[in-house]
Design a protein around this ligand. Structure first.
Ligand code: FES
Length: 647
């Protein structure tokens, strides 16, 4: 008779195993990731699984709790001491007695939460670069003069299969003491990122150490966001954010590069500033998660090329001009102690690869998160900042570029513009008959023409207009005929509405009378046209490269994308024509990608391989860019139709 069939869910991996095989062993054989710290001694409880009962016709298998061994003494001891939820079994102790469908509980959910509170929960398969391995080391023997460390290595090889183990130097002075503390029982943290790497012993504790943590951090030029996760369960324990203190050296990226070029210790000052902020965030997430810094063993960082370089202490001057040479584009492996982030002496750091001189590890992480390369549909992924990072592609081919949108989308260079903050106008509608506006401000529920608005707005006041509303107001001005296709404010309308006012030789649209007075000037409209034309022209170049005339899906990463209304983005011709329901804001996709790389080293290989394949386009060198740009200055576009919009 053939051996019982065991099917693991949710991976769907399956195989036949002899009766009596421990479930954990079967999982290992099939490459199903099940955590284990104690090495099958039934003490860590990390290897829990559940039997799914029933007939699984599709697989021709009937699974039942009768097909798994009864709870043995070791498992019983764990269940009594540490509590085992009903239905849960320790896979290291339970053995296969018949056909089984085994559920590996997935604690690992990463919530990509956008500012608008849409939560996209996804399950991330886990395979961290660090494993916690409990071993019992043979005691010294006068007749066998093998050193303590050598016997430790032998035990790790025997129980966990790590051959050729390297040892971090910082451990050497402590090994004898640690081994003797809990009677030769120790937990080793073994780091192995690539399968072909030599595994390295990076930390060691006496007895069973049943926890290990990691951080994932997105270094934005404006804000830095960090998540703390358990490497053993995948659970996120804490999240925190801070503004990037480099802002005091320069608001945008290029001004920071020029600060470095102009000040002899500019680079060092900015490196220190960002590391200090990151150290502060580490303290914060540790406090919130109730853990010690020493228990963080792995860290993943992403950022745009300039943030990436400054964080690593690399002078970003070369990134300030053509040919925009990165000092390092591939993934970076370091120890946290190398870069002034004290955690555990053995803590490892991984940085995702950069795609190009203007398209950084943050764009790589967003790509990993959204996965254009994992699907057949053509996905456009944009992260809008002072530079728009654009990735376009699918399973077959992916291209990337950045476009110089300038800061207009962030509210800079707009007369009443400001960053998104309470009091900022975030939504605008204009009545097509009277040309009277109504708007909403951040922090207030009501529209400006609804009862209770004035009272609710009194605490913050109306302070300015943020990026999302600038898009909307210009789109509404176009829809109501206040501006023409070329973006010119129609002065003839001044006779119809007191909102249209002369402003030298051009005209403005008065959005809010009062203090501050907020008007959309001809210059503001121009700034938005320039920004949107740059973005669109970049996208068009990439579409040309792939010889496509439409995209299936559009994903907006980053804060800006979370606020803008896809419909208005399309009315203005910011993005190409697409089914509106397929245009989505995905929040901090870079942060999500960083967490994926933290929890599963296979994702690191996936993005490294993908980044290698991505074709990089330098917009400044493409002759067609200017042509696309000129067409895209018109609203929505001089030549390209938007059929989905009129539908
Ligand atoms: Fe530790 Fe099963 S591996 S309890």
């Amino acid at each position: 008779a053939s051996h019982p069939l065991v099917l693991f869910m949710p991976s769907g991996k399956r195989g036949h195993f002899p009766v009596g095989t421990p479930i954990l062993e079967a999982a290992r054989t099939l490459g199903v990731y099940v955590e284990s710290v104690c090495g099958g001694r039934a003490t860590c409880g990390r290897c829990q699984v559940e039997v799914q009962e029933g007939r699984f016709a599709k697989h021709g298998i009937t699974s039942s709790n009768d097909h798994i061994s009864e709870v043995g003494p070791k498992e019983l001891r764990y269940a009594e001491k540490r509590e085992l939820k009903p239905g849960r079994r320790l896979s290291c102790s339970a053995t296969i007695e018949g056909d089984l469908v085994i559920d590996v509980p997935q604690d690992v959910q990463v919530n990509a939460q956008t500012i608008r509170k849409d939560v996209d929960t996804r399950i991330i398969a886990r395979n961290p670069a660090i494993h916690m391995c409990y071993v019992e080391v043979e005691e010294p023997d006068m007749h066998k003069p093998l050193g303590d460390l050598d016997r430790l290595k032998a035990a790790i090889e025997k129980d966990w299969g790590y051959r050729n183990l390297q040892v971090d130097a910082h451990l050497l002075p402590h090994i004898q003491h640690i081994l003797r503390k809990e009677k030769w029982g120790v937990t080793a943290a073994v780091h192995q990122d690539e399968e072909t790497d030599r595994p390295t012993l990076i930390a060691l504790w006496p007895g069973l150490k049943n926890e290990a943590y990691g951080i994932a951090c997105d270094i934005g030029s404006t804000t830095i966001a960090m998540h703390l996760s358990s490497l053993l369960s995948g659970r996120t324990l804490a999240s925190a954010g801070a503004s990037n203190p480099q802002i005091r050296f320069g608001e945008d990226l290029m001004s920071r590069v020029s600060y470095v070029m102009m000040n002899p210790d500019g680079r060092e000052a900015m490196t220190l500033a960002v590391r200090e902020a990151i150290n502060g965030l580490i303290d914060k997430v540790c406090a919130e998660g109730g853990i010690a810094r020493e228990d963080i063993l792995d860290a993943v960082f992403v950022g745009n090329p300039i943030m990436h370089h400054l964080f690593l202490g690399i002078d970003p001057t070369e990134l300030g001009g053509a040919p925009f040479a990165l000092a390092v584009s591939g993934a970076v492996h370091l120890k946290s102690s190398d870069i002034g982030l004290p955690m555990n002496a053995g803590t490892r750091v991984y940085m995702l690869p950069c795609i190009a001189g203007h398209v950084g590890a943050d764009a790589a992480a967003a790509t990993l998160s959204e996965g254009p390369h994992r699907q057949d549909e053509m996905m456009l992924l944009v992260d809008v900042g002072t530079n728009a990072e654009i990735v376009l592609g699918n399973r077959e081919r992916t291209v990337a570029a950045s476009s110089p949108t300038g800061p207009a989308f962030e509210g800079a260079e707009i007369s009443g513009g400001q960053r998104a903050a309470p009091g900022a106008i975030e939504r605008v509608r204009i009545d097509p008959g009277t040309l009277e506006p109504k708007f909403r401000i951040i922090g207030v529920e009501q529209w400006s023409d609804e009862p209770g608005f004035a009272e609710a707005a009194s605490s913050t006041g109306i302070t300015g207009i943020c990026g999302s509303a600038i898009i909307e107001v210009v789109a509404e001005m176009y829809l109501t005929g206040i501006i023409s296709e070329d973006g010119v404010v129609d002065g003839a309308l001044a006779v119809r509405s007191p909102r249209i006012t002369a402003n030298g030789r051009t005209f403005s649209y008065l959005l809010h009378e009062g203090s501050p007075r907020i008007a959309i000037t001809q210059n503001d409209v121009r700034a938005i046209q320039l920004a949107k034309a740059a973005l669109y022209a970049g996208v068009k170049l990439l579409m040309d490269k792939l010889s496509i005339d439409h995209v299936d899906q559009i994903r907006f990463a980053g804060a800006f994308g979370s606020f803008i209304d896809p419909k208005y983005a399309m009315v203005l011709g910011l993005i190409p024509d697409c089914e509106l329901e397929n245009v989505k804001a995905v929040g901090n996709a870079a942060g999500t990608g960083a967490r994926m790389a933290l929890l599963n080293r296979d994702y690191r290989r996936e993005i490294e391989e993908t980044v290698n394949r991505i074709e990089k386009i330098e917009t400044a060198l493409e002759p067609k860019f200017q042509e696309h740009f000129v067409y895209a200055m018109a609203i929505p576009n001089k030549v390209d139709p938007f059929p989905k919009l009129s539908a």
